[in-house]
Design a protein around this ligand. Structure first.
Ligand code: PLP
Length: 381
């Protein structure tokens, strides 16, 4: 039996999303830019998906643009802010996903933008006092703040409402990477003012290779990919029709079942924490595990042991999928930039277990059983 606890890396496609996509993989194949009936059918499916995304975020469909991924959406927000909005300073954090941090490094080199790295606590919380100080110092500059809503490795979340309040007061451009939180944490863009926000289909039981960017109607930026007039001239290329349809359904479904799924996943996470602490020696966690954190992620810090280097592999051999970091860094020798930034003890082993509503308590029981031969169990007294 295989157990999948790597849902922060990607999630399985849900049946209802597949059902919604299927007609667009088969009989409805028209090019959405064509004016005949084949094209009109697929065009209207794309516009329906745009409305589904906009409804979930409480924004206008005209503010949603489909992209190939969360990565592309983040690239677009950062690169276009620098090129089109005259940004000269970027404030970001040391725990952003590489698609943000490497893009920031790129624009720093290419355009000479000055980059300021925000302090984070040992739990990965953003230091808002430091942010206010930086913004005060940069008052006469054009600033982009790019901070992730929730961290994919350790689950620590920032208070988006408070961040937006600080940024709006200082009149800076705000971009937030919400790839891990879309569908897991309701976002009301009528109440929270951001300039750019990004999402990805495959983190919420939608398809891979599809993402979106929210661009606030007031932010006037140019095309990211040049060519045809797709995505209202912002992102050329024939649309990933079935991906878009799947993303629309996935976000609608996640919003509809939000409460039930959250309660189920939160129960699994707490249950796993309880079982770990009951059965094993010196269990700790990397990042925030409070109710303010992202409930889909649990980064367990196992005590130093010779067997630690083999832990992920042994879990895999036992049929359990977890992760040592984000999907793109697991297996890399350099270790996690996130764990380094929060000064996690390098002698301990951080393993990220991440859940979806499809997981069960029985699966957690099995993981605990399997772990008993891999990490130090508690002595019975
Ligand atoms: N941002 C965060 C926080 C992520 O976790 C990921 C995926 O791991 C991405 C961005 C990239 O999204 P995508 O896989 O759609 O490119």
């Amino acid at each position: 039996m295989k157990i999948y606890l790597d849902n922060a890396a990607t999630t399985p496609l849900s049946k209802e999303v597949l059902d919604e996509m299927m007609p667009f993989l088969t009989e409805h194949f028209g090019n959405p830019s064509a004016i005949h009936s084949f094209g009109r059918t697929t065009r209207s499916a794309i516009e329906k998906a745009r409305k589904q995304v906009a409804k979930a975020l409480h924004c206008s469909p005209s503010e949603i643009f489909f992209t190939s991924s969360g990565t592309e959406a983040n690239n677009m927000a950062i690169k276009r802010s620098v090129e089109d909005l005259g940004v000269t300073h970027i404030i970001t954090s040391p725990i952003e996903h590489h698609c943000v941090s490497h893009t920031v490094e790129y624009v720093e080199k290419a355009s000479g933008v000055k980059v300021h790295i925000l302090k984070v606590s040992e739990k990965g919380e953003m230091d808002f006092n430091h942010l206010s100080t930086l913004l005060e110092e940069l008052q006469s500059e054009k600033v982009l703040v790019t901070l992730m809503h929730a961290n994919n490795e350790i689950g620590t979340m920032l208070n988006l409402e408070k961040l937006a309040e600080i940024c709006n007061k200082e009149n800076v451009i705000l971009h937030t990477d919400t790839v891990q939180t879309i569908g897991h944490s309701p976002i009301d863009l009528q109440k929270i003012q951001v300039n750019f926000l990004s999402g990805s289909g495959h983190k919420l039981h939608g398809p891979k290779g599809i993402g979106f960017i929210y661009i606030n109607g007031k932010a006037s930026i140019n095309a990211f990919i040049h060519g045809g007039s797709q995505e209202r001239n912002m992102r050329a290329g024939t649309e990933n029709l079935y991906g878009i349809v799947g993303l629309g359904k996935a976000i609608e479904s996640a919003t509809e079942h939000f409460e039930a799924h959250r309660n189920h996943i939160l129960d699994l996470k707490k249950y796993m924490m309880m079982c770990l602490e009951e059965n094993f020696q010196d269990i700790r966690y990397n990042g925030d595990t409070s109710d303010h954190s992202l409930y889909t992620v649990l980064n367990v810090s196992f005590p130093p042991s010779e067997k630690n280097e083999m832990l992920l592999m042994n879990l895999d051999i036992a049929g359990i999928a977890a992760s040592g970091g984000s999907a793109c860094t697991s297996g890399a020798d350099a270790g996690s930039h996130v764990l380094n930034a929060i000064k996690a003890d390098p002698n301990r082993k951080g393993i990220r277990f991440s859940f979806s509503h499809m997981n069960t308590r029985e699966e957690i029981d099995l993981v605990i059983e399997k772990l008993k031969s891999m990490v130090a169990v508690k002595e019975l007294v």
